[in-house]
Design a protein around this ligand. Structure first.
Ligand code: ATP
Ligand code: MG
Length: 415
């Protein structure tokens, strides 16, 4: 018979296990805790949407839509796309469900996203994001609240050291258009010196040249005009309110006038939390204000602001995760002891004490399992002990071993 080949994982996907999984859940649990402090409601979203949801809102010319989407026809002939981001789907849901009645609506989500990219450290084809959005709020206070949330999340994860909040404004539609014209004029004058990618961007998405990583583009990008000269007084005032709010809340930031976001729908505030600890994949959390997005989906004008953060990238920045060890490892020795131990363990777990059984191997092997599990105690249930209604409990930290009556086990294990 022909040998069956074991299947390979899809390129750019990960099977997250062990310490990486501990990091992953720690990031998600911290996010779930902090988002409640800020009154963000959770939302569970479909993993796929009609392709038009992303094509219309992100803009046909963006990298995501033109090169990175996983789109396919389903059996009914509809064009669907695996979500490459949360924002567009959440806006679609806002419009489909008539959530206008809830504005300002603070939503949070987390889960897998899909982009056809070149896989490398911190960059995958299936990756995971935390996402936070405030929909139906045009006030700078919403931007401030959202950024405070991001800042507190990074602090609670213990990764704020070496991570900088870079902030910019893209102005209102009027400022942005005027600036765009000035940029195009500047880049056209240096067209021949630009990289091939940037020459292409000049026609499709000229703002993107500003944050080009190509060496030959840098002098031209760095000498391009700032938006400041083109900001309307409203746009200036809005940005001032955001920065004053951040200063009042103790959120550190720096201005990066070259920062633009890849997607067409951004207005006013744009930001990234950046580190140099992850090589080229240095952006851990990014977002901004997207007042124009709802209209691109056919909805009424609805100002909104949001951010997304890569769970894998945040996880990589964590210190060694502290794995919560189990309270006790049970070692049954002798006839009938395994069932008796199982019964005792079931009761302990119901009262919130974690335990596991080491039922295989000699005593040495089982003690090794207890140490590897980071257990606080080992509980030995032997025939003699059972007959006397006791268990031998060893405290692994102190080495101290005592006989404990079974009724007193819960207390002894939590002491
Ligand atoms: P990049 O410049 O790194 O491609 P981006 O601008 O495409 O990022 P966003 O769409 O703003 O990224 O997504 C927000 C965050 O999601 C990023 O800051 C990053 O932490 C994470 N992220 C984006 N793409 C990937 C990916 N392919 N793999 C892992 N994480 C990702
Ligand atoms: Mg990208």
């Amino acid at each position: 018979m022909a040998k069956i080949q074991t299947p390979q994982p899809v390129r750019g996907t990960q099977d997250i296990f062990g310490e990486d999984q501990e990091r992953f859940s720690h990031v998600v649990e911290t996010f779930e805790r902090v988002r409640r402090l800020y009154g963000f409601k959770g939302v569970e979203m479909p993993v796929f949407e009609p392709t038009a949801v992303f094509a219309r809102s992100l803009g046909e010319t963006t990298d995501v839509v033109s090169k990175e989407m996983y789109s396919f026809e389903d059996r009914g002939g509809d064009s669907l796309t695996l979500r490459p981001e949360f924002t567009a789907g959440i806006c679609r849901a806002f419009l489909s469900n008539g959530w206008q009645q809830h504005v300002p609506l603070k939503l949070s989500a987390h889960g897998p996203l899909f982009r056809y990219e070149r896989p490398q450290k911190g960059r995958y084809r299936q990756f995971h994001q935390l996402d936070a959005e405030i929909i139906g709020a045009g006030e700078a206070a919403a931007d401030v609240e959202l950024l405070c949330f991001a800042d507190q999340l990074l602090k609670e994860l213990g990764i704020d050291q070496g991570v900088t909040l870079q902030l910019n404004t893209l102005g209102d539609a009027e400022s942005r258009d005027a600036w765009r014209d000035a940029l195009v004029e500047h880049f056209r004058a240096h067209r021949a010196e630009l990289s091939e990618d940037s020459q292409d961007r000049l026609e499709r998405n000229p703002l993107r040249i500003l944050d080009s990583k190509e060496r030959q583009d840098r002098p031209i990008a760095d000498s391009a005009p700032d938006i400041d000269a083109y900001l309307s007084s409203e746009a200036k005032e809005f940005f001032a309110q955001v920065t004053e709010g951040l200063d009042a809340c103790g959120v550190a930031w720096t201005r990066n006038s070259r920062l633009v976001r890849g997607l067409d729908y951004y207005r006013h505030t744009a930001f990234e939390f950046v580190t140099d600890r992850l090589g080229a994949q240095g952006t851990v959390l990014a977002g901004g204000r997207y007042d124009g997005l709802m209209e691109s989906l056919g909805g009424p004008h609805t100002p909104a602001v949001g951010w997304a953060a890569g769970i894998e990238r945040l996880g990589m920045l964590l210190e060694e995760p502290k794995v919560a060890g189990t309270d006790a490892i049970f070692i049954p020795l002798g006839d009938g002891c395994e069932t008796a131990a199982m019964k005792i363990m079931a009761e302990l777990r119901r009262s919130g004490i974690s335990c596991e059984m080491a039922y295989k191997g000699n005593m040495k092997k089982r003690m090794q399992k207890a140490n590897a599990a980071g257990a606080a105690h080992v509980v030995i249930i032997g025939e003699n002990e059972l007959a006397n209604g006791v268990a031998a409990v060893k405290n692994l930290a102190t080495g101290d071993q005592r006989e404990i009556v079974l009724d007193g086990l819960a207390e002894a294990l939590t002491a």
